[in-house]
Design a protein around this ligand. Structure first.
Ligand code: DC
Length: 471
């Protein structure tokens, strides 16, 4: 093998690993090559080892139906794999000669599923793959990396794409692939054969990323960001970063966020809140229906977040306290597009994710008092100011009134038919002088936001005391 380590690392030692699993055509190779280049790590294409082994079997004339003969042919072959981060496709040597092109040919592709299904072949090649991965850091693509080869990988991603997208990508690899429907059929057949060996499902803890509608840059950025957040990339700024599972906007958009569920949950919440309380929503016209918008509300009750989520005129991503992201609730919140945020320390990963939502023209909601206060807005976190300054998005203040009475602190049940009012104020933009990245600028912006929000909450409280449903 072309590598520094002659001994085989144990699975526990393979932590500095970005594991990219998924079916053919999901974009694994291109994403792996680009990611390796971005982080300066080795690139290990495990599929290439199965392909080289298959070529060895074909050359030896072994009967594909005879597992012992196949395994013997593989054992007698010398397979070497280049793992340079700069290679788009690693060079593969079989018994000293470069077979990089030949292993992509139709004969090998037709036989590789059968060869890779033999357990003794897999055991040999997995050993070889672990040596190629090494301990220094590698981006590894395959089908069983996060489950078998490197189950302790710091980052696990399952890449997928719709069948027609996968076929299109495969066909654009070269003219030898045939008509689109043929390519799609061939992929389906190989999926079926491969799934007898590897079930091709995301492993526990893997981030599922559907790449169908994403650009290559978006996918690579998301993967690098996960590696940074996991703290396995050296030059990463990990201070205050959330765990590797912190959902990124594209990850949410493509893998976690379920728009259909949001479409169901919001009307359901609307109904629930309207039946439980005397709900009034004012100023919905102030929320722009398209483009980036940042919304900031006062925080007095547990219901503030769910109310704003359900009654806001457009779906929005709220920064939600990370303590709520536990067990199955965590998954549900991810499906609803919510971002976990640490409240007691700066959470850069959460802010980065929220900023990306804004940069993609989305709506983000924040309760910038951090913790539930008396609604007097004595402090406003710098996070909301950072988002406003960096995105330039208009800020819509939200006054949330009555939620501390509707669900008093410590109460187990809400108080039936309590008046609850949500007032969206006119949008405004923050004007700052000086370097928008400096702490002082962000602090000044936070103070502007605090005063504007306080004025809006006080005016709303004075005006909207009598409940009546207008939404
Ligand atoms: O990714 P690819 O198309 O080059 O992979 C070739 C074959 O190798 C694929 O059909 C399944 C098999 N394979 C595997 O069983 N386990 C891996 N980790 C990688 C590939």
């Amino acid at each position: 093998m072309a590598q520094n380590h002659v001994d085989t690392p144990t699975p526990e030692e393979l932590v500095r690993v970005i594991a990219l699993d998924g079916p053919a055509g999901s974009g694994k190779t291109t994403v792996a090559a680009r990611t390796a280049r971005a982080v300066g790590w080795r690139f290990v294409d495990t599929g290439a080892t199965y392909r080289a082994a298959t070529l060895a079997v074909l050359r030896a004339g072994a009967d594909l139906g005879d597992p012992d003969a196949v395994a013997a042919a593989v054992a007698g072959a010398r397979i070497e794999l280049s793992t340079r981060a700069t290679d788009d496709r690693p060079t593969v040597l079989l018994d000293g000669t470069d077979v990089s092109l030949e292993i992509r040919g139709p004969e090998v592709t037709a036989a590789v599923s059968a060869v890779s299904a033999i357990p003794t072949v897999r055991a040999q090649l997995i050993d070889l793959q672990r040596r190629a991965i090494g301990r220094a850091g590698a981006v590894v693509e395959g089908r069983d990396i996060s489950t078998v080869v490197a189950p302790h990988a710091g980052v696990k991603v399952y890449l997928d794409a719709r069948p027609e997208v996968r076929a299109l990508r495969r066909r654009s690899d070269g003219p030898a692939h045939g008509e689109l429907h043929e390519v799609q059929q061939a992929l389906a057949t190989r999926d079926a054969l491969d799934s007898q060996t590897n079930k091709l499902v995301p492993s526990d803890g893997a981030v599922h990323l559907d790449t169908s509608d994403l650009s290559l840059e978006q996918v690579v950025d998301a993967v690098v960001e996960l590696a940074r957040a996991a703290g396995i990339v050296e030059d990463a700024d990990t201070t205050g970063a959330a765990p590797a599972t912190s959902p990124l906007p594209w990850v949410q958009a493509a893998g976690h966020r379920k728009d259909w569920l949001i479409g169901l949950a919001r009307p359901f919440g609307w109904l629930l809140f309207h039946s439980a309380f005397k709900v009034r929503v004012v100023g919905k016209q102030h929320v722009p229906r398209t483009g980036a918008v940042l919304m900031a509300g006062n925080h007095t009750g547990f219901l503030d977040g769910p109310l704003a989520f359900a009654l806001c005129p457009r779906p929005a991503t709220f920064l939600t306290k990370s303590e709520l992201f536990v067990g199955p609730i965590s998954r549900a919140l991810g499906w609803l597009g919510q971002i976990p945020v640490h409240r007691r320390r700066p959470d850069r990963a959460a802010l980065r994710s929220a900023l990306q939502v804004l940069q993609h023209g989305g709506a983000v909601g924040v309760f910038p008092e951090g913790t539930r206060g008396a609604g007097t807005l004595e402090t406003v976190s710098d996070g909301v100011a950072y988002l406003a300054v960096r995105s330039g998005a208009p800020l819509v203040p939200i006054a949330v009134l009555g939620t501390s009475e509707a669900m008093p602190k410590g109460a187990r049940l809400p108080r039936w038919r309590t008046p609850v009012t949500l007032v969206f104020g006119p949008p405004f933009t923050i004007t700052v002088e000086g370097d928008p990245r400096s702490r002082r600028t962000v602090r000044a912006a936070a103070e502007q936001i605090r005063l504007a929000l306080l004025a809006h909450v006080q005016a709303s409280a004075a005006q909207y005391s009598a409940p009546e449903s207008t939404s």
